[in-house]
Design a protein around this ligand. Structure first.
Ligand code: AHR
Length: 307
């Protein structure tokens, strides 16, 4: 027979009976806000119920949210892990309960890749490499050391680890390029401002600020202006994301270059959920397509930028 008992595999469900639990990192940045909106809109459009919780950048809150989704027997759990490590226990609980998990945006560092169905998001190492390639070209003619301050994302987060790694690998090609200070600004504007304020004092000769996201770069702009310097001229700024505020600063010449990281993951996440519901196997790794922007390209893209 095909009794529809709880937990029993029972074939595809009508979309309006599906329930997905999503655990978001927080609302630390413009990117994150755009990501949340895009995911909520995509599920609404698909007619699939989305339970949403904001972890306020705390892993313990995410673990609690995931446990509660397991208890509620949702059909699929999706989440963007705030840090890379420490997920095996809760993911094993989801597996034991027969609830498939999809990683969106950020990866977990686990040896067991049977703990999730699919990982949808950017290649953060490549983003760091693109940023490094721009810095190499920008300072190719430098005859003296180029002092770089790095504003790192949240400590232990995949994009912070990978963007530092990709950048370091590429700039190693020119020993003149030196990261003289590197500190976390937690992906927030306030964090970027505070760290830059302090680091400008200890590194008055800084040439370039490499921020792991636009928001920290925007915070750095405030600190640079408060110090009586001109952002984009006295100190160059290189960031990742390409949200509207970042693109505006690039168009205004206050940021010099942006590597894109797309927050628009909603439609692809819905597709993965639909595939799982249909009994199909989604691609294990789906990499987001993204570009890069200089000032001219930012001016051109701005009028149509949705986020
Ligand atoms: O995981 C993606 C990163 O998280 C974005 O680059 C950053 O803005 C966000 O906070």
């Amino acid at each position: 027979g095909c009794a529809n008992g709880a937990g029993e595999a029972s074939g595809p469900k009508p979309l309006d009976e599906l329930v997905v639990g999503f655990s978001q990192v927080g609302s630390e940045s413009g990117w994150r806000t755009a990501n949340t909106k895009d995911i909520q809109a995509a599920f609404e459009e698909a007619g699939i119920e989305l339970k949403f919780s904001d972890a306020q950048q705390k892993q313990e809150n995410q673990i609690k949210a995931i446990r509660s989704y397991i208890q509620q027997q949702v059909d699929v759990i999706a989440f963007s892990p705030v840090v890379e490590t420490g997920w095996d226990a809760v993911l094993n609980e989801a597996k034991a309960a027969g609830i498939p998990v999809v990683l969106t945006d950020r990866a977990v560092d686990s040896k067991d890749d049977s703990l999730y169905e699919s990982f949808l998001g950017s290649d953060f190492v490549v983003e760091g490499e693109k940023a490094g390639a721009w810095a190499l070209a920008e300072f190719a003619d430098a005859t003296e050391p180029v002092e770089i301050i790095q504003l790192e994302g949240t400590t232990g987060a995949a994009p912070a680890i990978d963007r530092a790694e990709g950048f370091a690998e590429v700039i190693a090609e020119n020993p003149n390029l030196q990261v003289v200070a590197s500190q976390t600004g937690d992906f927030t504007r306030a964090g970027g401002k505070q760290v830059t304020e302090a680091l400008l004092k200890s590194n008055p000769g800084v040439d370039l600020i490499y921020a792991h996201n636009d928001d920290m770069g925007l915070g750095a702009i405030e600190a640079i202006e408060a110090a009586g310097l001109v952002p984009g001229v006295d100190i160059k700024i290189l960031t990742i994301d390409a949200v509207k505020d970042g693109m505006q600063a690039l168009a205004d010449g206050k940021i010099n270059y942006i590597v894109e990281c797309s927050p628009l993951l909603g439609k692809q996440l819905v597709e993965i959920v639909e595939q799982i519901n249909a009994g199909e196997t989604p691609e294990k790794r789906i990499i987001t397509e993204e570009g890069e922007f200089n000032q001219e390209q930012a001016i051109e893209a701005l009028p149509d930028r949705q986020y």
